[in-house]
Design a protein around this ligand. Structure first.
Ligand code: PEP
Length: 254
């Protein structure tokens, strides 16, 4: 696939996989995807598996991501994990503001912006998630919601930091539901996001930032979604939990 930006496809394993299961999965991916150079491949295991997965992917084309981090560097924040701790395991990416964290942990755009800044300070690349609820789409408010989330969650980033940030468009109604946005629906919002990045930063930044689509991506729909001009990769939940389904998504996107 001839793309303006290099595709980045990340698997968000969420709260799944013991260390042994994580190793089985990542070793299978390593084997199946060893020849892939055209796409940046990222896996985001739970914190408890980062150490072992990190060792398993040394000298491979798979990179490591985390699913969340604290906005603080250290201190009395029980249960939290700091960017510096992730760096110990050679983590390169961190998912921030996933809709599940926005919904269940009540994460706000302002908090996500602080986390994004802390990630950049530690040279981690944030994957900042935005996306509308079903009722917001049905009420014609998709663009307004995305605009507000982008403005709030990316507040304070420099242009250089924004270029090292990935945006994931994940319509909440498509996450884990089996309902995928059509390629045209995804492209429409991705183009809108790029226009907002131009307003918030500049045209060059907007042109270079990679925007992933997430929401029931699978091997059968990956190619068409990735073929859209402003879709630069995928954030994959359910289908990233098995070797075959995740590696087929990547192979079908080349
Ligand atoms: C996600 O949670 O980021 C996601 C896209 O999940 P799924 O692929 O299962 O819809």
């Amino acid at each position: 696939m001839d793309k303006e930006r290099k595709l980045i496809i990340a698997g968000n394993w969420k709260m799944n996989k013991t260390v042994a299961e994580a190793l089985d999965l990542v070793n299978g991916l390593k084997r199946d995807l060893a020849q892939v150079k055209e796409i940046d491949i990222v896996v985001c295991p739970p914190f408890t598996a980062l150490s072992e997965v990190s060792k398993a992917i040394l000298d491979s084309n798979i990179r490591l991501g985390a699913q969340n981090m604290s906005e603080h560097n250290s201190g009395a924040f029980t249960g939290e994990i700091a960017a510096g701790m992730l760096k110990e395991f050679s983590v390169r990416y961190v998912i921030l503001g996933h809709s599940e964290r926005r919904q269940f942990q009540k994460e706000s755009d302002a908090l996500i912006a602080k986390k994004a800044a802390a990630a950049h300070t530690a040279s981690l690349k944030p994957i900042v998630c935005v996306g509308e609820l079903l009722e917001e789409r049905e009420g014609g408010r998709t663009e307004k919601v995305i605009e507000t989330q982008l403005k709030g969650s990316l507040a304070g980033l420099t242009k250089a930091q924004m270029e090292e940030t990935i945006v994931a468009y994940e319509p909440v109604w498509a996450i884990g539901t089996g309902k995928t946005a059509t390629p045209a629906q995804a492209q429409e919002v991705h183009a809108f996001i790029r226009k907002q990045l131009e307003k918030l930063f500049d045209e060059g930044v907007a042109r270079r930032v990679r925007i992933q689509y997430g929401g029931s991506v699978k091997a059968s729909n990956a190619r068409e979604l990735m073929g859209q001009p402003d879709v630069d990769g995928a954030l994959v939940g359910g289908a990233s939990l098995e070797i075959r389904s995740f590696s087929d998504i990547i192979k079908n996107s080349i």
